[in-house]
Design a binder for this molecule. Structure first.
Ligand SMILES: Nc1nc2c(c(=O)[nH]1)N[C@H]1C(S)=C(S)[C@@H](COP(=O)(O)O)O[C@H]1N2
Ligand SMILES: [Mo]
Length: 338
């Protein structure tokens, strides 16, 4: 996430966003040059090749099976593995997915959350679904795991800062959860709230955002089959730094819409304020659909850097999910509704 209104002089310029895999790559190139220079330095350079990268998360397999494209079981949505649920693009390595994060509750640096969230306790955990619904419910997260079959979805993630990843999520459609609570006809929006607990989320002791982190979708966006509640990735329990135990994934919107460590989902009749639109309304709109034609006030959104790649690639409208979602915005002015 780029600096918002309240960031306190710790900004990393977007131009300096350097994924771990890339700077490791640079160090290897540097090592190659040093190899010719001095045997002592050579030994040090070799060390960075030989010593494996420190484990970046506690690997824990999901306790339930995951329905994958390769498995024969049908998907929970009735539209098994529809276009857009997968991409053939190379998956971002797990080590990068878990070491280059935006999770301001655990620090502002990309590599802070993997350390700061290491001891974050996510059990017990409840998710309350309420507001304009006929049957408000409080789900225990283990109940969610058993009740809704987990699917694999390989989605592109495009951060508003101009980098992207390809992540194999494990989760279930948010629509399945909303069906359980029976939205009232007056419900038009859905608000997502992250845990608010400065004792457990040290970043919340600083006045960076108006905590707790809040996000929102229109109800039809929330019901869209691409919209996922993720409880895992790469077949593992969702790592803490990626938003354990349950986070939202909305692949056609900028990454910040995908709220982490959610405790509450509330249906409303008015557009909910979101943490980023409150912090910097001129920079982060409610919709935040990926759009190469609408620049952020401080940088272009035309291109992005895929983590692990050199150079930049063109950003796709709706992050490449236009075929699935463009009709949600038919007739809307997407410059005004940015
Ligand atoms: N609660 C919370 N959710 C959050 C954020 C955050 O700081 N706090 N950062 C967002 C941003 S800017 C992005 S790009 C994604 C990053 O998800 P990842 O670290 O799993 O790749 O999480 C989003 N969800
Ligand atoms: Mo982001």
């Amino acid at each position: 996430m780029p600096p918002g209104a309240k960031r306190e002089g710790t900004d990393v310029p977007v131009s300096e966003i350097t994924p771990k895999s890339l700077y490791l790559g640079r160090r290897e190139i540097l090592g190659g040059a040093l190899l010719l220079a001095s045997p002592i330095v050579t030994a040090l350079a070799m060390k960075s090749w030989i010593v494996p990268r420190r484990a970046v998360h506690q690997s824990k397999p999901l306790p339930v099976p995951v329905v994958t494209a390769a498995s024969t079981a049908p998907s929970t949505t009735g539209a098994p593995f529809a276009t857009g649920f997968f991409t053939d693009e190379a998956r971002t390595p797990l080590a990068d997915v878990t070491s280059y994060n935006n999770f301001y509750e655990f620090g502002l640096g990309k590599e802070d959350p993997q350390e700061a969230a290491r001891g974050f306790v996510t059990r017990p955990w409840t998710l309350s679904v309420d507001g304009l619904v006929a049957r408000p419910r409080v789900f225990d997260v283990d109940q969610l795991l058993r009740r809704f079959p987990l699917e694999e979805r390989v989605y592109r993630l495009r951060c508003v800062e101009g980098w992207s990843m390809v992540i194999p999520w494990n989760g279930f459609p948010l629509a399945a959860l909303l069906a359980e609570v029976a939205p009232l006809s007056s419900a038009r929006y859905v608000e997502f709230t992250t845990l608010h607990d400065p004792e457990r989320m040290p970043g919340q002791r600083r006045d960076v955002l108006d905590w707790p982190y809040r996000e929102g979708l229109r109800l039809d966006e929330a019901m869209h089959p691409l919209t996922l509640l993720a409880l895992g990735l790469y077949g593992e329990v969702l790592p803490n730094q990626n938003g354990a135990p349950v986070r939202l994934v909305v692949p056609w919107k900028y990454g910040f819409k995908s709220a982490k460590s959610i405790v509450r989902i509330r249906l409303t009749d008015t557009e909910p304020p979101t943490a980023w639109s409150v912090a910097a309304p001129e920079e982060y709109g409610f919709y935040s659909n990926v759009n190469p034609d609408v620049s952020h006030p401080r940088w272009s959104q035309a291109t992005e850097r895929r983590i692990g790649e050199f150079g930049r690639r063109r950003t796709q409208r709706y992050n490449g999910y236009g075929e699935q979602v463009a009709q949600l915005y038919a007739g809307m002015d997407l410059v005004r509704n940015f």
